[in-house]
Design a protein around this ligand. Structure first.
Ligand code: PPS
Ligand code: ADP
Length: 242
């Protein structure tokens, strides 16, 4: 029978740098209970986040877009992701509409379902950021306490809340999916900003507005650029300092 290393080298998968890797053992401690789970324990990985960040020459971060439907979350997140990819950065984009097609397809728009939606995606975004990935998250996320809970789960300084501060009049004017029209006509109940709450962030890292104080419209490219500069200034676009 062939051993694992000889199989790997047969397929050309074993590089000299890893030819001498060893089996990483994990310390065994007493199991305990967490939430609904009993008899579990936490396992530390053998490869720290910093090593992955050094390999990618960037730092893991959660860039959390929050705002009304039509405020431009997806557009700016997409534009930013494209710009980051152009400069060789490793990113992922988690978008409410898309995640509701899969992972969260069992959730609707009640307050409890929105809370669970944000809790789950907060945990997913933490996993990505802990892997050193620049993680863009675009959800209405209407409740302050749900966003703050995600912030508290992510390592200090690695949660960047981006508030799309766009008046509902502009979102309604855009209305790309016709949902405001439907909600105003009473055909869609519990629509955020119409008959469901949206709680503005109290202390977001970045605020993106739709217009300058003198009424000039701000393009998605300009908004994405502001964010790019913020991320660069905070050192997320280079590896950890030695
Ligand atoms: N009742 C109601 N309220 C708000 N939005 C609604 C609703 N029903 C469907 N949609 C569509 O779902 C998208 C929002 O999903 P999210 O997962 O971001 O919502 S939440 O964070 O859980 O509140 C949202 O997408 P965006 O327009 O991109 O924000 C809408 O297209
Ligand atoms: N800065 C902007 N200026 C003008 N139109 C914008 C801007 N950002 C987004 N839009 C447009 O507004 C609409 C809603 O944007 P979208 O990104 O889908 O919002 P959200 O994801 O918050 O629902 C789209 O038609 C988009 O092209």
């Amino acid at each position: 029978m062939q051993t694992a290393p000889s199989l790997l080298s047969r397929f050309g998968l074993l590089r000299p740098a890893i030819s001498s890797f060893g089996v990483m053992s994990r310390s065994v401690s007493t199991a305990y209970d967490v939430g609904a789970s009993t008899n579990i324990k936490w396992h530390e990985g053998a490869v720290p986040t910093e090593a992955k960040e050094t390999a990618m020459q960037q730092r893991g971060v959660v860039v959390w877009f929050t705002g009304l439907s039509g405020s431009g979350k997806s557009t700016v997140a997409c534009t930013l992701e494209h710009a980051l990819a152009e400069s060789g950065k490793i990113t992922t984009l988690l978008d409410g509409d898309n995640i509701r097609h899969g992972l969260n397809s069992n959730l609707g728009f009640t307050a409890a379902d929105r809370e669970e939606n944000i809790r789950r995606i907060g945990e997913v975004s933490k996993l990505f950021a802990d892997t050193g990935i620049i993680t863009l998250v675009s959800f209405i996320s209407p409740y302050r306490k749900d966003r703050d809970r995600v912030r508290s789960r992510v390592p200090e300084g690695k949660f960047v809340e981006v508030f799309m501060k766009v008046p509902i009049s502009i979102c309604e004017e855009r209305d790309p999916k016709g949902l405001y029209k439907k909600a105003r006509a009473g055909k869609l109940k519990g629509f955020t900003g119409i008959d469901d709450p949206y709680e503005e962030p109290s202390n977001p890292e970045v605020v993106l507005e739709a217009e300058t104080p003198d009424g000039k419209r701000i393009s998605p490219q300009e908004q994405a650029l502001k964010l790019l500069e913020y991320l660069r200034g905070k050192g997320f676009l280079e590896g950890p300092s030695k």
